[in-house]
Design a protein around this ligand. Structure first.
Ligand code: T46
Length: 138
């Protein structure tokens, strides 16, 4: 499984750092939604789902966390520790977010509006969905 991590350009000067993100330039899709999670309770694991269509970029803009990606065949753990790095999470990818530092703020740039019907929340259903899509060449 290929992990796609973007390293954004920080515009640093003697006042500090600034990162700017533009759709189709820094982010490979139109940004239709932004959300973020904070005050995450210790030892909690979020996610446990995949999306049929949604693509996202996850940026831990403060603190740190880990992302477990699972394409139905292979699993990878990606630490997010810098506010200038973004993890691309494609559709058809099971994700879990965990090991949040107490100060973690995980921001997500999303290619679609919120749509509960895009979620696959059952792991067996996810495996089946991936298999079906692979046989279509997807
Ligand atoms: C994902 C990972 C990385 C909304 O009302 N609008 C929204 O845009 C979102 C994302 C959530 N919600 C509501 C739905 C739930 O009542 O917020 C509550 C928590 O959402 P959820 O349990 O889906 O959160 P996570 O952290 O498990 O997953 C989220 C995203 O939902 C998901 O798309 O990929 O972050």
């Amino acid at each position: 499984m290929q992990v796609i991590k973007y390293m954004f350009q920080p515009h640093g000067d003697d006042r500090g750092q600034l990162v700017a993100l533009e759709e189709f330039r820094d982010i490979p899709f139109q940004i239709k939604r932004v959300y973020y999670m904070y005050d995450t309770v210790p030892d909690v694991v979020r996610g446990h789902h995949a999306h049929k269509v949604l693509e996202q970029i996850l940026i831990c803009i403060h603190g740190s966390c880990k992302i477990r990606l699972d394409n139905g065949i292979e699993k990878k753990v990606v630490p997010l520790e810098k506010p200038y790095e973004g993890l691309y999470v494609a559709n058809n990818m099971w994700r879990e977010m965990y090991d949040f530092s107490p100060d973690a703020v995980l921001m997500v740039l999303a290619s679609e509006l919120y749509d509960e019907s895009d979620y696959i929340r059952d792991y067996d259903e996810f495996k089946k969905y991936v298999k079906e899509n692979q046989s279509d060449g997807g």
